[in-house]
Write a protein that binds this ligand. Structure first.
Ligand code: ADP
Length: 481
């Protein structure tokens, strides 16, 4: 297929398999969330044949890639990171048009962090020392062996960052990769295909295939895939988990969240309220979002007053405009899904304190919405909405606050605002979540472990944890003397 011109940036609509562009007979379209009449591209829709070809390419390239030293692999990964930095503005522009993340944040932070993922893992794989010790008259040595082709399946909400976060450790560990981005935001991954080629990464080492559930299902069922790393929804994780079990393949899943933003009376209330209003950025389409505001009774009025003031200051609009603070939602289907949560909450007697409807006729925004639920068992409290919808609950003492924070099946993250260092430590340990922030939010060292508890996921990624996941650990024991 011909390459597509998107505001002067050339993007391939095809898969990138074995170092070549490959098309599929069927296509799917991708549109701009904040300008829905604008079709961006028709993209090849991968099918069972695409799955077969890409796994075969990854399997063929695997032995040579696995045989390289970590230092040799690091050279390729740094080159790829350099190219991402060089093309940063183009990647940011395409990602912004495709999924509406704010352009300024893409340019200033997100794309560079994506490049950093490759640098971090290039270095980590180099630093890693094999564990060696003597016992029972033998020398024990723990060796990390590359595992084989790794399948990476990513969601639509932070495509470039998440894809690189998940692919980098696989490549650094010596695995070859098949990346399947989500079909609602496929374009930045396609640009990545060009950079992989330009970086001279050997054909078949890093493949990118485009499509949805059909392709995902074919890939996860393929016995040639030796690792599956998934970020997405709970229902999809259940399907993937069954396929992984069938082939006895390790898999990690980073799923949704319904995280608490817990505000104590001893906190900097203004900072907490500002961060709470900040949950509407990206229209709440963030897995780690602190979407349940849980505030101590004694500071409720002060908190709400400031929260409303900060929320009033939000600007919905074109993600390329620096004035915009709330980006559009990804797709009209998703807008309807979120409105459905609000309608059911209203019907169940929950109080819609602000927002609650579509911003404008035909626009992909829901107004920043705050709901006071009738009870903790309300659907909108217990389920991830993944939209600009926050719930508001109060508590009297610490134990009650923690109990509320821990009262869903999720456990991805948590946010605590307190001015008391002892409480920060105590409550930080008690709040259920793979990542808990105190007096801040979303600050992440990319080498720290990341993942969820309960239905928020299985396994941890980040740092050495991801390198271990992507390796087969071997204990080599040699008789001493
Ligand atoms: P979201 O609600 O974030 O769209 P999904 O779980 O539907 O979450 O999608 C996350 C990723 O999983 C996407 O890349 C999507 O195409 C892929 N996917 C969806 N269904 C399947 C499936 N049955 N098998 C494998 N991957 C799938």
């Amino acid at each position: 297929r011909d390459r597509i011109d998107i505001d002067g940036i050339s993007v391939s609509p095809d898969h990138f398999i074995g170092g070549r562009r490959v098309s599929s007979p069927e296509t799917f379209e991708t549109r701009c969330p904040f300008d829905w009449d604008r079709k961006l591209a028709d993209i090849s829709r991968g099918d069972a044949e695409t799955a077969r070809l890409s796994v075969a390419a990854a399997a063929e390239a695997f032995p040579a890639w696995a045989a390289l030293t970590p230092a040799e692999r690091a050279t390729y990964l740094h080159r790829l990171a350099d190219l991402i930095e060089e093309r940063k503005d183009d990647i940011a522009q395409v990602e912004c048009l495709d999924m509406a993340m704010l352009l300024e944040s893409l340019r200033l932070r997100v794309i560079s962090r994506a490049a950093l993922n490759f640098r971090n893992y290039a270095d980590l794989a180099l630093e890693h020392q094999e564990r060696v010790w003597s016992s029972k008259g033998t020398l024990n040595r723990v060796i990390r062996m590359p595992a084989g082709p790794a399948l990476i399946i990513t969601p639509w909400n932070a495509p470039f960052m998440l894809s690189t976060w998940k692919c980098a450790p696989a490549l650094a560990a010596g695995n070859t990769v098949i990346l399947k981005p989500a079909d609602w935001s496929p374009l930045s991954a396609s640009l990545l295909g060009d950079l992989i080629d330009e970086a001279g990464i050997p054909p078949g080492v890093f493949n990118i295939v485009q499509g949805g559930a059909e392709l995902g299902n074919a890939l996860t069922s393929d016995p040639g895939v030796r690792r599956i790393s998934f970020t997405g929804s709970v229902p999809t994780a259940r399907i993937i988990g069954k396929n992984a079990a069938e082939n006895i393949v390790p898999f990690t899943a980073e799923l949704g969240g319904k995280s608490a933003l817990l505000v104590f009376e001893d906190a900097d209330i203004d900072a907490a309220a500002k961060k709470a209003a900040g949950q509407y950025d990206d229209s709440g389409q963030v897995c780690m979002a602190g979407s349940r505001l849980i505030v101590q009774d004694s500071v409720k009025e002060e908190f709400l007053e400031r929260f409303h003031a900060y929320t009033d200051a939000h600007v919905l609009g074109d993600s390329r405009d620096p004035a915009t603070t709330v980006s559009a939602m990804i797709h009209p289907v998703h807008v309807e899904r979120v409105l459905g949560f609000i309608d059911r909450a209203r019907a169940a007697g929950d109080e819609i304190v602000r927002g609650g409807k579509r911003w404008k006729e035909g626009a992909n925004w829901v107004e920043p919405t705050l709901i006071v639920p009738t009870g903790n068992d309300s659907e909108v409290v217990q389920n991830e909405v993944f939209g600009p919808v926050l719930t508001f609950q109060t508590f009297t003492d610490e134990a009650e606050g923690v109990a509320l924070a821990n009262s869903t099946e999720y456990g991805l993250s948590g946010v605590i605002y307190t001015g008391n260092a002892d409480r920060a430590e105590r409550v930080g340990r008690q709040v259920r979540g793979g990542t808990v922030w105190v007096n801040t939010f979303l600050v992440r060292d990319l080498t720290a472990p990341f993942g969820g508890i309960g239905i928020s996921g299985i396994g941890r990624e980040g740092g050495d944890y991801a390198l271990d996941f992507h390796s087969d650990l071997k204990t080599l024991q040699i008789l001493e003397g």
